[in-house]
Design a protein around this ligand. Structure first.
Ligand SMILES: Nc1nc2c(ncn2[C@@H]2O[C@H](COP(=O)(O)OP(=O)(O)OP(=O)(O)O)[C@@H](O)[C@H]2O)c(=O)[nH]1
Ligand SMILES: [Mg+2]
Length: 284
């Protein structure tokens, strides 16, 4: 649930802070950090701001800001505890200690929401199918995916929820696809965006990339169709390009699955706040 839903006097433990860029940084700097307990000092219905206590300080947040903080409340933890195979031994009447709540919050944090964004026909659905083991229709013409499809899979101890979005050349508000993708990024706030790029047609594809950068989304670039780039005899210094853009880029071939595992390794690193380049400038 979201922090804004807690009533006065209730407590919760922070699972993650959604949103991007400056907003996210500010909230985290205020002390709203994963695993920390927050107490609501004053939350009057429909009134702004809401007063919280976190890490020993009293802080007021606008309702809109509190909506961007995912938490687990004691009540929610108890409901999960009665589900089979979940936190054995905790019944309805059990009192949950702060440590147990923290454990549950950190467990919940292991779900990473990912969205696939890219130009039409660049291989988003192929990548989605490989990653999620799904069998969505892949077509050799653009406009195949017109709504969003969701898939799930587990990798390296994380649970991934991947959303395959329709192809779009830009994020202006001209076409229904553009509006759909823009809204998804703003309203659903995926933890990480995979910007799928047709690397055999970089110049055209990187326009959308620059718009995503402007939206401050946390992202990784899948340089897809890398087989075609190589077949054409071209070479790409993608490590240099990553450094210039400040965004990790990795070659992938969605058709065969090449590079996809490494892509999800990088996603975990970005999600956990690691720098994507090591001290030698290589992509981790
Ligand atoms: N050579 C090559 N072909 C690929 C690769 N990835 C996907 N394709 C092919 O590209 C075509 C389009 O793939 P899709 O996965 O449907 O692309 P999409 O981005 O989902 O397309 P829309 O949903 O229309 O935006 C299909 O014919 C795929 O087989 C790749 O890495 N290399
Ligand atoms: Mg598609």
């Amino acid at each position: 649930m979201r922090l804004s839903e807690l009533n006065t006097g209730e407590k919760g433990v922070i699972v993650k802070v959604l949103g991007h860029g400056g907003f996210r940084k500010r909230i985290v700097e205020m002390g709203f950090i994963k695993g920390k307990t927050v107490e609501v000092l004053l939350n009057a219905p429909l009134r702004d701001p809401i007063k919280y206590k976190v890490m020993g300080y009293e802080i007021s947040l606008r309702r809109q800001e509190a909506e961007m903080i995912e938490i687990i409340s004691e009540q929610e933890a108890k409901e999960q505890a009665v589900q089979p195979d979940y936190h054995e031994g905790l019944g309805e009447n059990m009192h949950l200690g702060e440590d147990e709540l923290k454990q549950l919050a950190l467990g919940k944090r292991r779900t990473i929401n990912v969205a696939l964004v890219g130009n039409p026909n660049c291989g988003k659905t192929s990548l989605f199918n490989i990653a999620s083991g799904s069998h969505e229709h892949v077509g050799n013409y653009s406009g195949v995916t017109v709504d969003a499809k969701e898939g799930y899979f587990d990798f390296q101890g994380y649970h991934f929820r991947v959303v395959d979005l329709p192809g779009t050349y830009s994020l202006s508000a001209y076409s229904p696809e553009e509006i759909y993708v823009r809204r998804h990024i703003i309203n659903e706030t995926p933890d990480i965006v995979i910007n799928v790029v047709d690397s055999s047609n970089l110049e055209r594809n990187l326009y959308l990339t620059t718009q995503l950068i402007d939206m401050n989304v946390r992202m990784v670039i899948a340089l897809n169709m890398y087989d075609e780039l190589e077949a054409s005899g071209n070479m790409l210094d993608y490590v240099k390009l990553s450094q210039l853009f400040g965004v990790p880029m990795l070659p992938t071939v969605s058709r065969s699955g090449k590079g996809i595992e490494q892509l999800f390794h990088v996603i975990i690193n970005i999600y956990e706040g690691c720098d994507f380049l090591d001290h030698k400038g290589r992509i981790r």
